[in-house]
Design a protein around this ligand. Structure first.
Ligand code: NAD
Ligand code: UDP
Length: 324
């Protein structure tokens, strides 16, 4: 590996952030994890606390912060629909003011900076599968807009700081990712289905279950993100990082039931407003520019995730917001 860098990970105590911190700490970098613990808890990073090259700062990124760093991974933002819709105004502030604060820091420190954007910038897509060139179909006034439009505005800020101030930016559009350290009460489909299956509850299916998602295991995702940060200096993205294997939500439910041996029923609930009907990334750009593609099949990743969910004590996790 190259030289040791001072790296800031915002949202570093979250699901994805904690895996990124772990990988960077293992590589010997000097890692600062910044988080306000809104949708996460310290248990995700407890194994890193006390390491000489790891530091945790509890801070709300909507407020400026003065740090000296070489690289920034900007992940701070509630990501599960139940979390980001809980306080939609705060969600958009976190995306927009958070981006302004870290971009200002990157400009001052001449740091390289990566934005965790999302497949939600494509909204309910009318082009399938979704290449980066697709401009999306987002309802700007719907319940998902605080997240989708916040992330779209953050992408705009990243590219404007790059054009205007020569900030060295990277933008990744992350598709649905799952794995150990997902919050068990975040309301996302993988965590919900596994939690429901292993506790003998019915599986909640919104709508008819024919809507699709493409699920990427966290280790694959982290590899893609770190490759993007360390990729060619003339490649700023946006680049899709996700697993092109597409499944209906009903297929996911059946797989979770099979792998857990669950006996509960599938309980149909009304469809969610603006729920994207299909989602699958085109990953040609990531393959070409980063030599990256996912390696872990859904069945294998789910087994590891189920193992994790069986290993934690669910009553030690507080539900950050009301969830489904
Ligand atoms: P997460 O909720 O586990 O992590 C987000 C972290 O950001 C949490 O630790 C939370 O406490 C923190 N945070 C929220 N608001 C903050 C604020 N104002 N100041 C400081 N910290 C704040 O979710 P995740 O799945 O790990 O998502 C991480 C990032 O990746 C998010 O930006 C999300 O939009 C993006 N993303 C994730 C997925 C996915 O499938 N997991 C898909 C697309 C994009
Ligand atoms: N979903 C579901 N039951 C649940 C949670 C989610 O049927 O208990 C569906 C949801 O309607 C959506 C898909 O699963 O179609 C993925 O939802 P999630 O919240 O994980 O992420 P999204 O991709 O919608 O942001």
């Amino acid at each position: 590996m190259g030289s040791i860098k001072r790296i800031l990970v915002t949202g570093g105590a979250g699901f994805l952030g904690s895996h990124i911190c772990e990988r960077l700490v293992a590589q010997g970098h000097d890692v600062i994890c910044l988080d306000n613990l809104f949708t996460s808890q310290k248990t995700n990073i407890v194994h890193l606390i006390g390491r000489p090259n790891f530091e945790f700062i509890r801070h709300d990124l909507t407020h400026p912060i003065w740090l000296e760093v070489d690289e920034i991974y900007n992940l701070a933002c509630p990501a599960a629909p139940g979390h980001y819709q809980y306080n939609p105004i705060k969600t958009m502030k976190t995306s927009v003011l958070g981006a302004i604060n870290v971009l200002g820091m990157a400009k001052r420190c001449r740091a390289k900076i990566l934005q965790a954007s999302t497949s939600e910038v494509y909204g309910d897509p009318t082009v399938h599968p979704q290449p980066e060139s697709y401009r999306g179909n987002v309802n700007p006034i719907g319940p998902r807009a605080c997240y989708d439009e916040g992330k779209r505005a953050a992408e705009t800020l990243f590219f404007d700081y790059h054009r205007m101030n020569k900030v060295n930016i990277r933008v990744v559009r992350i598709f649905n990712t799952y794995g150990p350290r997902m919050h068990p009460f975040d309301g996302r489909v993988v965590s919900n289905f596994i939690r429901q299956a292993i506790t003998g509850q019915d599986i909640t299916m919104f709508g008819d279950g024919r809507q699709t998602r493409s699920f990427c295991y966290v280790d694959d995702l982290v590899e893609g993100i770190i490759r993007m940060m360390n990729g060619p200096d003339d490649f700023h993205g946006p680049v899709n990082i996700g697993n092109p294997g597409e499944f209906t939500i009903m297929q996911l439910a059946e797989l979770v039931r099979e792998l857990t041996g669950a006996t509960g029923r599938i309980l149909h609930k009304p469809p969610l407003p603006d729920d994207p009907s299909q989602r699958k990334p085109v990953i040609d750009l990531a393959r070409e520019k980063l030599g990256w593609e996912p390696k872990i099949a859904l069945r294998d990743g789910l087994k590891k995730t189920i193992e994790y969910f069986r290993s934690i004590k669910l009553d030690e996790f507080r539900a950050p917001t009301p969830n489904y």
